[in-house]
Design a protein around this ligand. Sequence first.
Ligand code: CLF
Length: 293
Amino acid sequence: NLKNISAETMEKTGRHPCFSFEAHNSYARMHLPVAPKCNISCNYCNRKFDCVNESRPGVTSEILTPLDALYKYRLVKEKIPYLSVVGIAGPGDALANWEHTRRSIELIKEADSEVVFCLSTNGLMLPYYAKEIIELGLKHVTVTVNSIEPAIGGRIYKFVNYREKKYEGAAGAEILLNNQLEGISLLTGAGILVKVNIVMIKGINDSHIPHVVRKVKNLGVFISNIMPLLPAPGSNFADYPQTGKKELNEMRKLCQLDLQQMFHCKQCRADAIGLLADDRSSEFRLTEKKKEA
Ligand code: CLF
């Protein structure tokens, strides 16, 4: 599976707190909220979380321009020298705001060639941008795949906006999942490590998750991260039960028989900064004053 993974990718993975359990206590990541627009609507949408990538323009997190992003990166790196990963994960979808996402990465890469970049996306536009992602030199991408059956996806996604058209329910879910799977194959084929995030929703996709994991494993995915549904007030799943820790870990253990699982995800804030377990984002909000400096 990992035959086409380069030494550079392995070295970077050793400094990636999400892709490497060993790295999570010693290396920090920061998220740059440069991607406000979203092209799908998930019924579990909660604007507080980011890597899941289900959120629409965040009401609490600041939105940065690529130049703000570079400024903020420098600010954080100075204070947190063990910062290794810069992630772009929203608060909308990284690929629904591709110009901003790409420019932010280019600017920071120019300033510091050591940075490990990380992208999280719902995958709808992945077939369109996979080539550019590969050319930009990214080695770590996360795609949230909650279902590989349109009927199940239709209960998770309210709509999908694709090429100027809105598709509801199963029709939207089918477009989404086909693009996710195609996009994942393009990335893994180019030696990029792909993590698949899955939100476990009781009674909707829970019994289906092992199928998702097996499918993405066959596409060369590196690791999967099964996360609990945290019912968000105001979302369509507000009244759904929160996935329990026990059932979550049982599902992870079951799926681990097929594919490596992440057990240490913290379901980070949209603007998270620092070690996964020690969020320092409040220290680094860019005020208007700082932006002018
Ligand atoms: Fe951020 Fe996501 Fe990259 Fe990590 S988070 S874009 S892969 S750098 Fe990590 Fe946070 Fe879990 Fe995401 S703990 S929510 S898995």
